[in-house]
Every structure is written in structure tokens, then in C-alpha cells.
Design a protein around this ligand. Structure first.
Ligand code: CAA
Length: 297
């Protein structure tokens, strides 16, 4: 059913999604308004595919073929003209997403499915600005996309069952495990993950334990690959804050109120890995975890 797929947005998630579609044989239109971002994305995809070649999970020839299946565009109408599916992975901003979906609805073939990788914005709301709400669905990949097995599939209020089935089957073709959920704030992944991260930040804020202790308890005690504070840095503290606000507003429940320390860090532009500092400090090329000066004992 799917041969050609458009991915909107060439940031971390967009390039990861383009990577896996190309790896499993699909032709990909990677679309971003910023041409430099597209060049950086192609370089990142090559680097990540080279990691797979180095460990033997991809051959050199398959890598070359996969990489050449990705074609870049700076305009939506050009990039989506002949696709069967669009996966939108633009910045997590509702006004931007609504604008993109209006444009996609006008430019993509009437039969195309329009999916969004949103981590928390309502699928039903996004679908409402299109003339095809039954073909709008959430296809939520996890970071790093080439590594993480889950695809959280979110049914909007009007999503047609055959669309859910098609996206579920497609996820399996990418060697991923689909999990189908309904459209309520935070879906499942972030409804559970973000309160855990917020509670870890509260534990730090209230002086119950330090950064390393909190992360070590969860890594060694619960077998999490990263502690919740390191994971918050990895996701982006601004993203965590905005998802907590969606939960707080969507449920009207103060239990989701973001910790004041998280709010302060985002205001101070300490956003985690992408800004070079969050709960830890990051030096490009170094894997060493260094606690940020403000949190050192
Ligand atoms: N592309 C391809 N391969 C990659 C990769 C990428 N982008 N990133 C990592 N890898 C591979 C590495 O090559 C390595 O492969 P081998 O084990 O076969 O050698 C493997 O993944 C592990 O990577 P590293 O050795 O570099 O580092 P690590 O062992 O510390 O693992 C990690 C890194 C996979 C990120 C691991 O720490 C992890 O699983 N962390 C938790 C990630 C997580 O929870 N993600 C979800 C975030 S929430 C989200 O995305 C959704 C949301 O809405 C907020």
C-alpha cells in the first residue's frame, strides 16, 4: 500500500523517521523550510547508518541504497504531490501543526493518510482542520528512532479503523512494535513518563537526593537505561515542560503541575543536551556524564 512517504521536519525525530523508512525500502521525501537543516539531516542519517554498518546490522550497499532513497524538498506541495502517507514531525507547536495540516490537506493526494509524530497535541484537534479527519492519525516514534522499538499509534476521534490497521502493519514492516491508544492528553507514553520525570525533579528540588543518586536509583533499581533526569535532558527540558502543561490543562488536575525548578531551568535556557546544559553538562564527543555546577555537592 505504501511506497512513497513524506516526512515533514528534518530535526532529530524527522531525520530518524526518514532513516527507518528509507532503511526498510520506502522512498522518502524529507521536507523542511530550512535547506541547511536538510543538509544536516542527511549527514546525521549517514552517520547513524554508518553505526549500523559498523555493527553489522546493515551492509554498506544497503546503506548507500537507503540513503539515496531520501530526496529533500523545501516546499510541502512539491514534496507531497505523489505520496501515500505523510508523517509530520515539525516543532511541537499547535499553531504550526495546524498550518501544516491545512497545507497538507490541500496538497497531498486525497487518498493519502496524514500522520503526526506529535508527543502530546490532540490528534482530533489536528484532524479537525482537514477535510479528511478519518485519515488523520498519530504515529509517535521514540528517540532515537532507529533504536527504539515502539510506535505509539493514536486514534483521533474520527480515525477510520482501516487507517489504524494500515499504520499498524506499516510499523511492523519497520521492525517496530505498534501499540494502539486513544486520543487523550499525553496519550500513554507521556502520560506516564512525564509525571515520573516531574517527580524526579521535585525530589531534587526538595533536597531528597542529588542528581546522580536520583538517576542511579532508577537505573540500577528499575533497570532504566537512563535515569529520569538524564532522560529529561535527552528529551529537552522545554519539551518536558510543554507536555506537562498539556497534561495539566487537558485534565484540569494540579497533580501534573510542573516543578518550579523545571520552569526556572527552561526560563534560564538550560534545556538539556541541545543547549549543552541541563541537569548535566554536555561536551560534544564526550560520553562522560558530568553533573551541572549548580547541582554539584
Ligand atoms: N541511530 C542508529 N543507532 C543508534 C542511534 C541512532 N540515532 N543511537 C544509538 N544507536 C545505537 C548504537 O550504535 C548502539 O548500538 P550497539 O549497542 O549495537 O553497539 C546502541 O544504539 C546503543 O547506543 P550507545 O552505545 O551510543 O549508547 P547507550 O548504550 O547509552 O544507549 C540509548 C543509548 C539507546 C539512547 C539508551 O540510553 C536508551 O535507550 N535511553 C532511553 C531512551 C528513551 O527512553 N527514549 C524515549 C524518549 S521519550 C520520546 O522519545 C518520546 C517523547 O514523546 C518525549
Amino acid at each position: 500500500m505504501f511506497q512513497k512517504i513524506a516526512v515533514i521536519g528534518a530535526g532529530t525525530m524527522g531525520n530518524g523517521i526518514a532513516h527507518v523508512f528509507a532503511q526498510y525500502g520506502f522512498t522518502v521525501s524529507l521536507i523542511d523550510v530550512n535547506a541547511d537543516q536538510l543538509s544536516r539531516a542527511l549527514a546525521t542519517i549517514r552517520k547513524n547508518m554508518e553505526r549500523q554498518v559498523a555493527k553489522g546490522s546493515l551492509t554498506e550497499a544497503d546503506m548507500q541504497a537507503a540513503h539515496s532513497r531520501i530526496i529533500t524538498f523545501t516546499s510541502i506541495p512539491e514534496g507531497v504531490a505523489d505520496v501515500q502517507l505523510v508523517v509530520e514531525a515539525a516543532t511541537e507547536n499547535i499553531d504550526l501543526k495546524l498550518k501544516i495540516f491545512r497545507e497538507l490537506d490541500a496538497a497531498a493526494p486525497a487518498s493519502a493518510i496524514l500522520a503526526t509524530n506529535t508527543s502530546s497535541i490532540s490528534i482530533t484537534r489536528i484532524a479537525s482542520v482537514t477535510g479528511r479527519p478519518e485519515k488523520v492519525i498519530g504515529m509517535h516514534f521514540m528517540n532515537p528512532v532507529p533504536v527504539m522499538k515502539l510506535v505509539e499509534i493514536i486514534n483521533g476521534y474520527a480515525t477510520a479503523p482501516e487507517v489504524t490497521t494500515a499504520i499498524s502493519e506499516l510499523s511492523k514492516q519497520l521492525q517496530k512494535v505498534p501499540c494502539i491508544v486513544n486520543d487523550y492528553p499525553g496519550f500513554i507514553a507521556n502520560r506516564i513518563l512525564m509525571p515520573m520525570i516531574n517527580e524526579a525533579i521535585y525530589s531534587l528540588y526538595e533536597g531528597v537526593a542529588g542528581v546522580e543518586e536520583i538517576d542511579t536509583v532508577m537505573k540500577l533499581g528499575m533497570a532504566h537505561p537512563m535515569g529520569p533526569l538524564q532522560l529529561a535532558d535527552f528529551i529537552g527540558l522545554d519539551v518536558c515542560l510543554s507536555i506537562l502543561r498539556v497534561l495539566q490543562e487537558g485534565f484540569g488536575n494540579p497533580k501534573y503541575a510542573p516543578c518550579p525548578l523545571l520552569v526556572n531551568m527552561v526560563t534560564a535556557k538550560k534545556l538539556g543536551v541541545k543547549s549543552g546544559e541541563g541537569f548535566y553538562q554536555y561536551t560534544p564527543g564526550s560520553k562522560e556524564l558530568v553533573v551541572s555546577p549548580g547541582f554539584r555537592k
